[in-house]
Design a protein around this ligand. Sequence first.
Ligand code: T4K
Length: 378
Amino acid sequence: MKTPEAFKDQIYVTKPFMPPLEEFSSGLREIWQNKWLTNHGPVLKRFEQKLARFVRSSNLCLFNNGTLALQVGLQGLRLSGEVITTPFTFVATTHALYWNKIRPVFCDIEPDYYTLDPERVEESITPWTTAILAVHIFGHPCYLQELQDIASRYNLSLIYDAAHAFGVQVAGQPISDYGDLSMFSFHATKLFHSLEGGMLVFQDPDLKTTFNYLQNFGFENELEVVMPGTNAKMNEMQALMGELNLEYLQAVLDRRKDIDSVYRERLHGLPGLHLTDPPPAPVEHNYSFFPVLIDGEEFGMSRDELYQALKRFNVFTRRYFYPLVCDYPCYRSIKVRDGLPVARKVSSRILTLPIYYDLGLDDVHKICDIICYLQKQV
Ligand code: T4K
């Protein structure tokens, strides 16, 4: 097989979708005229209303990033003690617990979609458990019914880190309909972004006031502070980017679906490369990542060797999420009940391939050519 040519420019795991510059500049003109840049300005209010229609709920609150949204969410629910969570996630999930002085209890994941394994969750409950913090990792919905049953039976809060799950629907309902609270990240690397940003969607309408206090220093009015809040507000430029991007969301989802199909068609059956099945109906997926697992022996090179080899072709994949969060020095002292065998296996084999709106299908074919070439070389 002829050696494929390297890409001229670097291909990253993701690239932000950018709306037409003219639309952004015309929005900036409005902001310039308003001279209102943050603290619940008119663009933010408009964006909030559009999102409320999108998630079919007005129980939402916007933040300057997803991490602070989650920290505020946990604080507003007044959680303490232990919270059961996954080690196979971005560090921010666990950091949000730590910043609330909550002890994370790491629990193993299931091997199909890499979300929390409900059986392991139930085994991890102690008298100190107050909540389950599960992650819809790569946009794969968790075992929603099973986790809800456990949460209801043990009277626990059920919180979803839905950082990857914007746009995911289950039986025609937004994924935020599940659990007590969902946090979405609108970071630049996400399929839907507001430069940086975050959103909480929740079931209890009374929480909205609490979250609004908590994200704005606890101010009730000029003279009264009702709780020790932080500063976690979304500003007007973020809101503008989000508002514009919402108009293009369907186009972004469609393109990602096409990219996902090409990868599946081209990489299916490649020895040592395991594709993750798309979530089954009635889930409408958002194709936020394209994760594959590499079995080093069968593939002929390890996941890390493939990751390095792809760089020589200017393809910059990522090992999301390796190492496991429980293996970072700041969390290593926390004992885990079992060895987290599934999470360890997945984390040591995972590789997420490039997927984003501007990635041409020819480029996806070329990435597949390179992977097939590397596999045959060994
Ligand atoms: N929970 C979960 C499960 C999460 O995945 C995240 C964030 C959070 C919570 C917290 O939400 P936020 O507070 O971030 O809203 C990135 C993102 O920074 C992070 O938001 C995201 N998860 C995580 C999965 O990925 P890095 O350190 O991998 O980002 P970075 O800068 O290496 O970017 C990745 C690639 O994206 C680069 O190779 C190039 C490309 N890129 C990046 C940026 C920032 C661009 O093309 N343009 C850009 O502006 O964490």
